[in-house]
Design a protein around this ligand. Structure first.
Ligand code: FE2
Length: 291
């Protein structure tokens, strides 16, 4: 069994064309808390739960939205499919709010035959990113509980109760290549792949495990360019951040030929096809204490 140095999903960066529109959708409807709003640099940063974040970048001519990530030519992703966690039992309320805001949505049952229905709610943001809401169990009852716990959102009837970032889907034209590189170069825990689609699944945690059934765990999905469920696409040139054992990832990267920067914030690697992976230390208070 692989012991993955990747601990959890930390951050996702999306390309947007208008920060005000982004703000009214992600703050007004999804209730995410802005931590940075800098129109000059084309940045809106939002907190998801306690420790995860969503960064919205408006591209600007002759510059990168992040001075630090310029070296690896990081961009916000286009048409990214990603999922947010909502507490089990809040699906109906979330759908009512989407309807109230005039957002078209559809529901798909993701459970396997014989399992309790696991209904995903799918809709698009104003920029063509494909969002999904998945209900998760918030009780710390099993070993699937991630290192960054999903949080029970404070009650606000006007916004969707987001508990965490759940998954990100990326497109890779050279799919077979990616399947080999991600576990080898970074240590991502390969969980599964589909038979009828080029679709690989990685568990963002210490080892591969089964998805679904209200798991609070986080996931990285990698597809070839294809239209997936609910007409959604895997993202192109996406910047994604992971909490990780940064040093362990750095050691793996040696000799892979991948271009990366390493500083006090962690690692940022330019993967192929324009994706950028960031690896960050766990927040200090969540680090396992020395015995
Ligand atoms: Fe999904």
């Amino acid at each position: 069994m692989i012991n993955s140095p990747i601990l959890d999903l930390a951050t996702l960066t999306l390309e947007v064309t208008n920060l005000e529109t982004a703000k009214s959708f992600y703050v007004g409807l999804l209730g995410l808390k802005p931590t940075l709003y800098d129109p000059e640099s084309g940045i809106l940063e939002l907190r998801v739960g306690e420790y995860q974040s969503l960064r919205l970048w408006k591209p600007l001519t002759r510059r990168c939205n992040s001075e630090r990530l310029k070296q690896v030519e990081a961009r916000g992703g286009t048409h990214v499919h990603f999922a947010l966690q909502i507490p089990k039992g809040s699906r109906q309320d979330a759908q009512n709010l989407l309807t109230l805001y005039g957002v078209n949505w559809q529901e798909i049952d993701l459970a396997n035959a014989g399992e309790e229905p696991d209904l995903g709610t799918y809709f698009f943001d104003p920029f063509g990113h494909g969002l999904e809401l998945r209900e998760v169990a918030l009780e710390r009852t099993d070993s699937r509980f991630p290192v960054i716990p999903p949080v029970r959102p404070t009650q606000d009837a006007r916004t969707i109760p987001i508990a965490g970032l759940r998954e990100v889907a990326l497109a890779f034209t050279r799919f077979e290549n990616m399947l080999e590189r991600l576990p080898h170069a970074y240590g991502f825990a390969f969980a599964d792949q589909m038979e009828n689609r080029a679709f690989g699944q990685f568990t963002l945690g210490p080892s591969a495990e089964k998805d679904g059934q209200f798991t609070p765990r986080r996931w990285l999905y990698c597809w070839d360019p294809q239209v997936g469920l609910a007409d959604m696409l895997g993202g192109e040139h996406v910047t994604v951040g992971f909490f990780a054992d940064v040093e362990a990832v750095r050691v793996r990267l040696e000799g892979t030929g991948l271009e990366y920067l390493h500083d006090e914030h962690g690692l940022a690697v330019r993967d192929t096809e324009g994706h950028v992976f960031e690896f960050l230390d766990l927040p200090k208070e969540l680090e396992p204490r020395a015995p």
